[in-house]
Design a protein around this ligand. Structure first.
Ligand SMILES: Cc1cc2nc3c(=O)[nH]c(=O)nc-3n(C[C@H](O)[C@H](O)[C@H](O)COP(=O)(O)O)c2cc1C
Ligand code: SF4
Length: 440
């Protein structure tokens, strides 16, 4: 396993004070934005492209390329929106940044704004993160007081305002177009795409929307150069990633490591290994939406975009959920189905009906009233949902549904009335597992 590289989280050696402007400045903070003010906006975009930075909100889209999609000659205002909605179960790394390192996020937002010629930026903070929102607001206030934000930032002739906006607790408000609807004052109902936000986003104006962690990586890139950032990680997964680790492990928490570390080594070295008496059932590496991996898939898996895809899963949001062998896959899936059924915004029939139906079918199995037909119906529903809706919430339900049944058929068979023909179930799985992400 390679040595840890911490690029985003400054002030770790200033415990209890890492969030303050004083600490941030003492560790080189706001140097990168000063540099950015002297750069051509296209050169800033190019540095981010060179770095290979990919979005950390789930989809892994190249950040510099996204910024480059905003029109240069637009007469409309342009906006930067930081996505701090972070509602993906198992994910809490943005929370860490808002609480402990808010100025890195602010500086990242500022650089993104300069790169696309934006003068009004937002941070959309998940409603439940009231404490973290306050921490972030306090840092914004500090930045305004010091002239880092507002009119003529850092003594330049560039004006930039930053508004902190709270969500009301809906998971779907994290989906970028749902977020924009919510920011405009409506329900967080995702929009059909295209048009993509970079062209028509907030108030139908060009908008860059990036995850909090993505933006937190930007100051280091501008200060040290895209090439320097690209030295970290692997050939196609550049830089570092923050993983929020939970489950029956000895040291749960948020760890930033280079892309490409080996998964079980990471569990031992960073997560402190599994708790005594608990064996490994599986790992959901990228937040609840990504397919669960069995121990044999985890062994030797590289924690990067390509490595996880080769093993049938995804980096997603980096919510690293370790599952102990004392937990039933039926309970895991029921819990998730309950969540997604509750959070579906209801616009698309496959998602609105499918999530609730899966919850009902798995619930029947859990209560001892389900049969093999429940499982085949869940697989058919997942197939009818994935890739067929306005946003990816339907996929986020469909992937774990298929993956949990595929990987742990015995757990489901144990609870099904009348038993399960495992061979027939395996055939049903293979008719529908084409919906799972896989390396081409
Ligand atoms: C249902 C759903 C929920 C999402 N929730 C979040 C979220 O909480 N935070 C986030 O940054 N991205 C979330 N995303 C991804 C965003 O739509 C978008 O891809 C991301 O904010 C773009 O930033 P990035 O390119 O920096 O990752 C979600 C997507 C979906 C489909
Ligand atoms: S997939 Fe689900 S959450 Fe997404 S827009 Fe359709 S109904 Fe709403």
């Amino acid at each position: 396993m390679s040595a840890p590289k911490i690029l985003m989280q400054r002030g770790l050696d200033h415990p209890g004070k890492s969030h303050t402007l004083e600490t941030y400045e003492a560790t080189g903070g706001y140097r990168a934005v000063r540099k950015a003010l002297d750069m051509d906006p296209l050169a800033i975009q190019q540095e981010v492209k060179t770095s290979g930075l990919r979005g950390r909100g789930g989809a892994g889209f190249p950040a510099g390329m996204k910024w480059g999609f905003t029109p240069r000659d637009s007469e409309k205002p342009k906006y930067v929106v930081c996505n701090s909605d972070e509602s993906e179960p198992g994910t809490f790394k943005d929370r860490w940044l808002l609480e402990n390192d808010p100025h890195t996020v602010i500086e990242g937002i500022m650089i993104a704004a300069i790169a696309i010629d934006c003068h009004l930026a937002f941070n959309y903070v998940r409603g439940e993160y009231s404490y973290q929102g306050q921490c972030f607001q306090k840092a914004v206030d500090e930045a305004y007081a010091k002239g880092y934000l507002g009119k003529g930032i850092l003594g330049s002739d560039y004006d930039l305002d930053l508004v902190v906006h709270y969500g009301a607790g809906a998971y779907i408000a994290g989906e970028e177009t749902g977020l924009l609807e919510s920011l405009e004052g409506r329900k967080a109902m995702p929009r059909n795409k295209p048009p993509f936000p970079a062209v028509e986003g907030l108030f139908w104006c060009p908008t860059v929307i990036n995850n909090t962690e993505t933006l937190a990586a930007v100051p280091w890139i501008i200060e040290n150069g895209g090439d320097a950032y690209a030295q970290y990680g692997t050939e196609k997964s550049k830089g570092t990633k923050m993983w929020s680790c939970s489950g029956p492990i000895n040291t749960p928490g948020v760890y930033e490591v280079e892309f490409g570390v080996e998964m079980m080594g990471f569990v031992e070295e960073y997560c402190g290994g599994l708790m005594e008496g608990v064996g490994l059932k599986g790992i959901v590496p990228g937040g609840s939406s990504v397919p669960v991996m069995k121990p044999e898939q985890c062994q030797g898996a590289r924690m990067d975009y390509e490595g996880l895809l080769e093993r049938g899963s995804l980096v997603g949001s980096g919510g690293f959920i370790v599952i102990g062998d004392n937990v039933s896959a039926v309970d895991c899936l029921l819990n998730l189905a309950h969540f997604y059924a509750h959070e579906s915004c209801g616009q698309c029939t496959p998602c609105r009906e499918g999530c609730g139906w899966i919850e009902q079918l798995v619930g029947e199995i859990r209560n001892g009233n389900g049969r093999q037909a429940n499982l085949t119906k869940v697989l058919e529903l997942a197939d009818a949902m994935a890739g067929k809706t306005i946003c990816a919430l339907a996929d986020a339900m469909a992937w774990p549904a298929v993956a949990f049944i595929k990987n742990y058929p015995e757990d489901f068979a144990k609870l099904c009335a009348g038993g399960v023909d495992l061979e027939a179930l395996g055939e049903a799985v293979s008719r529908h597992d084409h919906i799972l992400p896989r390396a081409s």
